[in-house]
Design a protein around this ligand. Structure first.
Ligand code: LLP
Length: 413
């Protein structure tokens, strides 16, 4: 969003007009920004055979998935339901990779039946896969490299005590199962974590996987997951894509050479592709002056955007888009309406907030709507996609019917 002609705009549309047209709380996504991020990633890896698989869990609206598909981005999913959404967006099953964590074997079978590639993340599933499919179905194996990297403890997935993947130290067991059942392993996968800043962490992990890969014949794909760090606040350290692209591409090309085959390099970014495209628009219900603090209470809460309450240090910049031209600023705690501690931001200096003003949260595209809930029996927000200069409603705001859906109103009480 940019401040143009005294109003915040997305693709020449005023965000405030969008808020007025569709109401708040509202998620707004800018398709042009998504395309720009896809291009940036492709550019950074122009020297290798690259495949991008959007980590659907970050933002699963089918219209957004369609934007990905139109731009040559495939899909990574973690549940049969996300897989269904991908198919609805027009993906072939074969363009969708299934990377679940500790699911029942029927979910694996569902993905295989849809023609999707599966990343197997534990030895017992690998064995079941071998027993069920032998060499007839290609698969990939998720490896845990035992590297701790990522923005906070909850989103690190590759350290020694993490539940994800098969530990690199269990290589002998993997190879034994692959041999016993002639399992057709066509790729290795790993995902280190989210919000990884340093290029070194990516290269360190990649080298562990490359080294590991030499024990497997006939690999076609190396999937290095997601985790690129985006900017949440001014002067934030972010993944330097050009640098990571250069270093990883060099390492990958050297690996392909020593492996003796040209493999395809996969990534599964979530935040990198959709964090910045999203704005969460809310309205200030109350401005409350206490002797020590001033609160802005908005018409939303952790039920709609849980990241600030869920992750240590999670930060979303907040902008008062209703009052951009004033010179008056105040420092506020921006809080939600949920009946427990529900803080979006403390000590935020904003353009003076009046009750009724619209506050926009930045970086709301990734893990915003998808982590929302009906806690406190509140409706989940609507979603709008700005596509080719027009704002389209892509999800209706919930109603009381949605709250009651599936409740069984019996007569025994
Ligand atoms: N691949 C796998 C296997 C993953 O588990 C994830 C994210 C990704 C790719 C994409 O990671 P990204 O590029 O978005 O960092 N809800 C948290 C983030 C959790 C990420 C879980 N896995 C947050 O809002 O910070």
């Amino acid at each position: 969003m940019e401040l143009i002609a005294n109003q915040y705009q997305v693709q020449n549309l005023s965000l405030l007009d969008i808020a007025q047209q569709f109401g708040t709380p509202l998620y707004v996504y800018d398709a042009a920004k998504i395309v720009q991020k896809i291009e940036e990633l492709k550019q950074a890896f122009a020297q290798v055979n690259l495949k991008i698989k959007f980590a659907g869990k970050a933002l699963t609206n089918v219209s957004v998935l369609k934007v990905m598909r139109q731009n040559g981005v495939e899909l990574d999913v973690v549940s049969p339901q996300e897989l269904q959404l991908g198919l609805l967006a027009g993906y072939e099953g074969s363009q969708i990779t299934f990377t679940p964590s500790g699911v029942s074997f029927d979910e694996i079978e569902t993905a295989v039946a849809a023609g999707s590639m599966v990343n197997l993340d534990n030895l017992s599933v690998l064995e079941k896969f071998g027993q069920r499919y032998g060499s007839s179905v290609p698969c990939m194996i998720r490896i845990k490299p035992n590297v701790a990297a990522g923005g906070n403890a909850k989103i690190m997935t590759a350290h020694d005590s993490s539940k994800f993947g098969i530990d690199v130290r269990q290589k002998a067991e993997i190879l034994q199962l692959v041999e016993q059942y002639q399992i057709n392993v066509v790729g290795l996968h790993q995902h280190t974590g989210s919000d990884i800043k340093t290029p070194e962490a990516f290269v360190q992990v990649a080298n562990i996987i490359f080294e590991f890969a030499h024990s497997f014949k006939g690999l076609k794909y190396i999937d290095l997951g997601g985790g690129f760090k985006v900017s949440y606040k001014k002067d934030d350290v972010v993944t330097n894509m050009a640098e990571v692209g250069k270093e990883l591409s060099n390492a990958f090309r050297a690996f392909c050479q020593s492996y003796g085959a040209q493999l395809q390099l996969w990534f599964e970014p979530g935040k990198f592709l959709v964090s910045e495209c999203g704005y969460f628009l809310t309205t200030a219900n109350v401005v409350k002056h206490n002797p020590t603090r001033t609160f802005v209470g908005i018409n939303s809460g952790l039920n709609h955007l849980i990241r600030p309450m869920m992750y240590d240090g999670a930060y979303h910049e907040i902008v008062n888009i209703s009052n951009p031209n004033t010179t008056e600023e105040e420092t506020y705690d921006v809080v939600g309406y949920i009946c427990e501690t529900d803080t979006f931001g403390t000590d935020r200096t904003l353009k003076k907030v009046r009750e009724g003003d619209v506050l926009a949260f930045k970086n709301a595209g990734a893990y915003g709507f998808t982590m929302s809930s009906q806690y406190n029996s509140r409706f989940r927000p609507a979603e709008v996609l700005v596509y080719q200069g027009k704002a389209h409603l892509i999800r209706q705001r919930e109603t009381m019917e949605d709250i009651l859906r599936n409740q069984v109103l019996t007569e025994f009480l």
